[in-house]
Structures are given as C-alpha cells and as structure tokens.
Design a protein. Structure first.
Ligand code: ZN
Length: 302
C-alpha cells in the first residue's frame, strides 16, 4: 500500500498543489524540510497554526477551501500529508468523520492532537452528540491557540519563547475581536437575535454572544434539506418575525433560497463556517472570517 502511494505521489501533489498554505508542496518527495511539518484537517485550523508556528514549520491542510470537513472524501495524497507530518492537528469532537480512513491508511506513528480540547460541548438539537463547530466563537479560538501552544512547546522546546510571543500577540487580536463583537451585537434588538442558516453551526457563537440559532439541519453529515426540515424553518422564521436569514460559503444555497422565498425574508449575506473564504473574499484568515460573520449578522439583524 505504502509503495503505491509513493509511486503516485507526483500526481497527488499536482492535484493538491493549490492547497498548501506554505510553499512546500512542489518540492521533491522525501526532501528534508526545515522545522516542524504540520498537517491539519481544514483551512481554518491551518491559519490558526500558521499564526503561532511562524517560520519554525510548514503547515498543510487537507479539506480544500469551499468544501466542508464533515463528509470529505480523502484522496491518496492526503494519506501522505498525514504520514509525512510530525503531527496531525484536528478539531476533534467528531468533526473529521473521515479521520479513521486517513489514519488507517497513513503511517500509524504520526501524533494526532485535538485542538478543541477543553471546549465545553454543546449538543446537537435532539441528540447527545456534541456540535463540533467550536471555532466559530473567538472565545473558543483562544483555547485552540492555547492547546496548540502547549503542544508546540513540548514538540519543539527550543522554540518556546518564539511560540509564546506569537501566541500572545494572536490571542491579543482574538480578545480585541471578541470585545468588538460584544459591542457590535449590542446594536441588535434582543428579539432579533436569531441566526438562521442551512447547517446549525453557530451554537457556540450564539451561546457566547446571546443569539438563538437554528438550521435547516443540525450538521452536514446528517440528512440535509428534506421538505419537512425546510418547512419547519420557514414556520420558525415567520413565527419569530426575524428580519433576515443567511447562507454559508460551503453549503448549496438552494435550501436557504427556498426558506427566504417562502418566508418572505431576505438572505442578508454569506457567512463562513467550515472553511476560510477564497482569495478576495475578505475572509481569508480566521480572524477576518469571524469579523465578517459578526458584521454580516449585525447588518442583517439590527
Ligand atoms: Zn459544519
């Protein structure tokens, strides 16, 4: 199995060429690279890690921008990205439902570390399972950074001071963003504080900033967009008299268009949940994505 991956890695790298965050994907396979080699599951974590690791390592992520990380189908080059890495950082909380497949196909000796450790889980509606979208609140994002910092220091003790400086500066930015969101959402009247999207992914954001949240469905890996689910949300939007609904960059817009048309409420903008925004979107970084989401909610609901 391993040999086959080696033989096909050229093609895999070509396919994956656009996905690397650092300029490392086009090198000859097996070449020694400087510093830590990090692989992570999706673009949002990729950016958080880059901010802390700086120039002491290189970061690649698996799920391309524009795709969602729940039901992703790993390709052979992904197995290699994981087996070549010093550590594979994941969100955890069962976000990466394809994890088993990647891990059993890649070398078993790559460490897997969950960055969401310590996040107080909020269950999916009608279920005991935790909602995995912890990163959508910057208050949790700070915990992700702290978990990452601890792990990097253990892995690369010589870089401790450097990682601490980077993490401290980054946490400072996240704290500023948190304070800014608190201020901004104060402009939204209490009764309008309902976020409606396709996938009910804003539970952690909602809990931290005082919003109720609803989705056509709870999580992308469950059944998506049945007529019953859509009708439930249309009724709910009308009952609550909410002034706007939203769409996500990684979900087919037709479901929310149907909700919007039938409930007579506009779609006030696109938000970013399961991936960073594409180039030119203004949501190319984790901080910009959270900033964009909060201002989109405020503009739509105030
Ligand atoms: Zn999601």
């Amino acid at each position: 199995m391993k040999k086959w991956f080696k033989q096909t890695v050229g093609a895999g790298l070509l396919l994956a060429g656009g996905l690397t965050l650092a300029a490392c994907g086009t090198e000859e396979s097996g070449e020694e690279r400087e510093g830590l080699e990090i692989t992570t599951s999706f673009s949002v974590l990729g950016n958080i890690i880059e901010e802390v690791i700086g120039d002491r390592g290189e970061v690649e992520y698996i799920v391309p921008i524009g795709e969602e990380p729940h039901e992703y189908e790993p390709v052979p080059s992904d197995f290699r990205k994981v087996s070549d890495a010093d550590v594979f950082y994941i969100n955890g909380m069962d976000l990466e439902e394809w994890l088993e497949r990647v891990v059993s196909n890649a070398a078993a000796d790559t460490d897997i570390v969950e960055l969401s450790s310590g996040v107080e889980p909020i269950p999916l509606q009608g279920s005991d399972e935790a909602d995995p979208h912890g990163w959508l609140s910057p208050k949790n994002g700070i915990m992700y950074v702290e978990n990452l910092l601890q792990d990097l220091i253990e892995r690369d003790p010589d870089g401790e001071e450097y990682y601490r400086e980077n993490a401290e500066a980054y946490i400072g930015e996240l704290e500023e963003l948190d304070a800014w969101i608190e201020e901004e959402v104060a402009e939204i009247p209490e009764e309008n504080r309902l976020i409606v999207v396709s996938e009910n992914a804003f539970k952690y954001f909602g809990a931290d900033y005082g919003f109720d949240t609803e989705g056509v469905w709870e999580i992308n890996s469950h059944e998506e967009g049945t007529p019953q689910q859509i009708n439930r949300v249309i009724d709910l939007v009308q009952d609550r008299g909410v002034s706007a609904v939203f769409v996500e960059s990684t979900v087919d817009k037709r479901y929310m268009t149907q909700v919007s048309d039938n409930a007579g409420v506009p779609i006030a903008g696109e938000v970013y949940t399961d991936a960073l925004g594409a180039e030119g979107s203004g949501a190319e970084t984790y901080i910009d994505m959270l900033h964009h989401n909060a201002s989109t909610f405020v503009d739509g609901l105030k």
